[in-house]
Design a protein around this ligand. Structure first.
Ligand code: NZQ
Ligand code: ZN
Length: 388
């Protein structure tokens, strides 16, 4: 294991009806609130009215910014920064999915920063420590953004999707009511399930030795998703399945399985590059790219892929080499994702080979990306080609 420090103070309020905690939680941070939300799902579901009701009870001054895009955009982040500065707001309430919460984090970090917030997102500048406090009401299981310091933002002027991580933008509290996720459509439910599994993979395929507990925790999350997702996609309003999936999403990317390990993240860098050029849903892109990435790394280091096959997909290792087990594991993963209806080819989203070089450029943040098996530019190009 590597030495590490771990600090995750996000308070989780989990369960049915927890939205009514807003009136208790928000006043500690101030009553001048930026209410941030997405394209309208919260209005259709009635959540918007409930949130406004809570804010009224504490006499909050509310400024709204709706329309945060899936794959949230820098232009929207800048709008939020301006609204907070102009109206002297002191708190951001993000109600929605990972996109809304990620936008909230970039806004929070950008307000006290004199320069361009894109400098923070791309890591050229550090997020200031006095970021605006954030609270969240999460409405879709997947990213884990409700309990981490990550924010992923797209700049359409340059076709770049970049991310930053800062403890200063960790949500102060997050409300996780599984009932609020009951309206998530089937495709987004599938993308969320895939995303959760890939967050485990990114940390499971690490470059550090001796992390058996972190790996076992990751395997437990993977097995729980594999057990739950097929039932959930056929029974979208089932509360029990929704609550299991919501907690899976939070624990897959709140630092728990990443303690003391040097994680990989190449699959995410490649997917972000695809989204930056083609604006496809994140989990859909991951479902397509991850098996091709796994094939590439299994060719060099099959042992961990073999372990995944035995421990998560219950493969019988008797008389098989790691390479054979790894190939079976990847087949099992593909079959599982196909069985819940995940996409398998980028061409399903209308992506062709025209932008392969641009996407490869965007993914290559360094000469090599990923840590379990560092990938060259040629590797990334091949993974993208194979994904078409
Ligand atoms: O915009 P609205 O109308 O709310 O609709 C959304 C959106 O169309 C809809 N939705 C969300 N909750 C719903 C619902 N529809 C009906 N009922 C509900 N209860 O679902 C669509 C997708 O929402 P989005 O927030 O984009 O999904 P997700 O949570 O998957 O977030 C994706 C973004 O997060 C980034 C991705 O790159 C992408 O930009 N990621 C963030 C991470 C993080 N912060 O740690 C890690 C991830 O790896 C990921 O990169
Ligand atoms: Zn992800």
């Amino acid at each position: 294991m590597q030495d590490f420090s771990f600090h995750n103070p996000t308070k989780l309020l989990f369960g049915k009806g927890q939205v009514s905690s807003l009136k208790k939680e928000i006043p500690a941070y101030g009553k001048r609130v930026l209410l941030l939300y997405g394209g309208g799902s919260i209005k259709k579901s009635g959540l918007y009215d409930k949130v406004i009701g809570e804010l009224k009870e504490i006499d909050a001054n509310v400024v709204e910014l709706g329309g945060v895009e899936p794959n949230p955009r820098l232009t929207t982040v800048n709008k939020g920064i301006t609204l907070i500065r102009d109206n002297r707001l002191d708190f951001i309430l993000a109600v929605g999915g990972g996109s809304v919460i990620d936008a909230a984090k970039a806004i929070a970090a950008g307000v006290p920063y004199d320069g361009d917030v894109w400098d923070i997102v791309t890591g050229k500048a550090k997020a200031p420590s006095n970021a605006v406090p954030i609270g969240t009401v999460i409405t879709i299981a997947g990213t884990g953004s409700e309990m981490n310091g990550n924010s992923v933002i797209t700049n359409w002027d340059t076709n770049t999707k970049a991310f930053f991580n800062s403890n200063h933008v960790l949500p102060r509290f997050s409300i996780l009511d599984p009932a609020l996720t009951a309206t998530v459509p089937r495709d987004q439910t599938v993308y969320g399930s895939v995303d959760i599994m890939s967050h485990v993979f990114e940390q499971y395929f690490h470059a550090s030795g001796n992390a058996p507990l972190q790996e076992r925790i990751g395997e437990a999350i993977l097995r729980t998703v594999i057990e739950t997702a097929p039932k959930l996609v056929n029974d979208l309003r089932n509360y029990d399945y929704r609550e299991v999936m919501l907690l899976n999403g939070t624990l897959a990317l709140n630092g728990l399985t990443g303690m003391g390990v040097n994680p990989d993240w190449a699959t995410h860098l490649i997917e972000h590059a695809v989204s930056a050029v083609h604006d496809i849903p994140h989990g859909g892109g991951i479902a397509i790219i991850a098996p091709h990435w796994m094939e590439r790394v299994a060719a060099v280091r099959p042992e961990k892929v073999a372990q995944l096959g035995v421990r998560v997909f219950d493969l019988d290792p008797t008389g098989k080499t790691d390479a054979q087990l790894a190939a079976e594991a990847i087949r099992s993963l593909r079959e599982f994702w196909a069985s819940i209806g995940a996409p398998t080819k980028l061409s399903d989203y209308g992506v062709d080979d025209k932008a392969i070089e641009l996407m490869t450029d965007r993914a290559m943040l360094a000469d090599r990306i990923g840590n379990y098996v560092p990938l060259t530019r040629e590797d990334v190009r091949t993974i993208l080609r194979n994904s078409l």
